[in-house]
Ligand binder design. Structure first.
Ligand code: LLP
Length: 407
């Protein structure tokens, strides 16, 4: 953990819990890992901001020289606010309205379209314009079926059998195909599937001889369990380098840029989630550690059965000599499924202790909600010098009602 147990209690005193805490140092290190993945190729890393859109984190990521992708006008709005230039933003759209498409076109932001019908819509709105197209390479990967975004069972991308149709629409509206993109899914720890999908994707690229970029997608995993091995970036880099070198031997535009879109890899490990133990009880032989980390704060365990390591921090540096027991860490939401960590061997907890969930920087805050009229948590950054700074306030009771028409 990047902060001490004492510091956890100090942050709790100062900001309350639940609290997301991020390390600037780790964030910068992860940006550099990705930037260094393919040193011999013409590469651009687009941070996939959906994983964490905190304004201050976006600013750090921009300082590290990454560009960004966006999923919605909302993400574009925040990214512009963080200082990204329109040409650094890539809008990877999915089933968007004409208004949403126009939002990006009006700001000179490149759009990738995800279906033939949306390519038509783009052509009608912006004839002669530049566009990108998302293809489905037929191979998917991911930690759960809900996050596999290529292959035969997903709504995403255009299959290669429809390349001729893409060409027809491009010609009909005189569109320039700036690039093609794919994203096979989220969280692989063995890079082979990414390499395999790339081979298939490059066959599609070969059909378009004058692309400015080829976007290989994100999905780079991080280990959530202590016994999982990290992704072997060196091997992945070497394997990708070879595949790309072979492709470039044949491809007419040698200046083509290869893009990547990592989200989770950049932010997962720089974030922890702090909570407070409010009760400990036994129900029919099971021990429940009741905390303020409900699934409104971190939904991944409930939504995908995702595993997050958790730890108990004893109040006043209290000893853990009372031993360990098997316990289930739960939140304060009125649903039985509100489980953060099931049947874990943990130090015996007491009211007032703290709980930490690790690797919470990706798909944590961004997926939080006001379910049960709970307040979304605050976020704190630990900067390079070890100082803490509030980078998002906790919701208030007033923010829960701000959209009502109160007479
Ligand atoms: N590019 C596109 C088009 C995507 O759809 C995604 C993620 C990414 C890039 C970044 O993928 P990453 O590098 O973060 O794996 N909420 C789920 C993950 C959903 C990912 C959706 N798309 C979770 O908590 O595991």
């Amino acid at each position: 953990m990047f902060i001490t147990d004492d510091m956890c209690f100090r942050l709790k005193e100062k900001y309350g819990t639940p609290l997301y805490v991020y390390s600037e140092e780790i964030l910068r290190e992860k940006c550099r890992d990705m930037k260094n993945l393919l040193p011999n190729k013409n590469v651009k890393v687009n941070y996939s901001a959906k994983a964490n859109t905190n304004l201050e984190l976006l600013k750090i990521i921009r300082e590290e020289g990454l560009d960004v992708d966006a999923m919605s006008p909302g993400e574009i709005y925040i990214e512009l606010m963080a200082g990204f230039k329109p040409e650094q933003i890539f809008f990877i759209s999915n089933n968007v309205s004409a208004e949403e498409m126009k939002y990006a076109i009006d700001r000179n932001i490149l759009i990738s379209v995800d279906s033939l019908s949306q390519l038509e819509m783009f052509g009608q709105m912006n004839p002669g314009g530049k566009v990108a197209v998302r293809f489905n390479p037929g191979i998917g990967a991911g930690h759960h079926e809900k996050v596999i975004t290529a292959g035969k069972k997903t709504k995403f991308g255009i299959q290669k059998e429809f390349i001729f149709k893409v060409k027809e629409i491009l010609e009909k509206y005189d569109l320039i195909l700036a690039g093609i993109n794919q994203h096979i899914g989220s969280l692989f720890l063995d890079g082979q599937v990414y390499v395999d999908s790339l081979k298939s994707f490059l066959e599609i690229a070969g059909e378009f001889p004058s692309l400015s970029f080829i976007d290989m997608g994100g999905g780079f995993g991080v280990p959530y369990r202590k016994d999982e091995k990290s992704l072997d970036l060196k091997k992945l880099g070497n394997d990708l380098d070879k595949v790309l070198a072979d492709f470039l031997k044949e491809y007419p535009n040698k200046d083509v840029v290869f893009k990547m879109e990592p989200g989770r890899y950049i932010v997962a490990e720089c974030g922890i989630l702090l909570g407070t133990v409010h009760s400990v009880k036994k129900n029919y032989g099971n021990t429940y550690i009741g905390t303020d980390i409900g699934f409104n704060v971190l939904v991944r365990p409930v939504m995908y059965d995702s595993y997050h390591e958790v730890a108990i921090i004893k109040k006043n540096g209290g000893s853990i000599s009372e031993g360990e027991e098997i316990a289930t860490v739960v939140g304060n939401i009125c649903e039985t499924g509100d489980i953060l960590a099931k049947d874990r061997s943990l130090p015996k907890a007491r009211t007032g202790d703290m709980v930490v969930a690790f690797n919470a920087g990706a798909y944590g805050y961004v997926m939080s909600s006001n379910y049960n009229c709970r307040l979304r948590p605050a976020e704190v950054l630990i900067d390079k010098n070890g100082n803490d700074r509030l980078i998002r306030k906790r919701d208030t009771l007033e923010s829960l009602v701000q959209n009502f028409d109160i007479k």
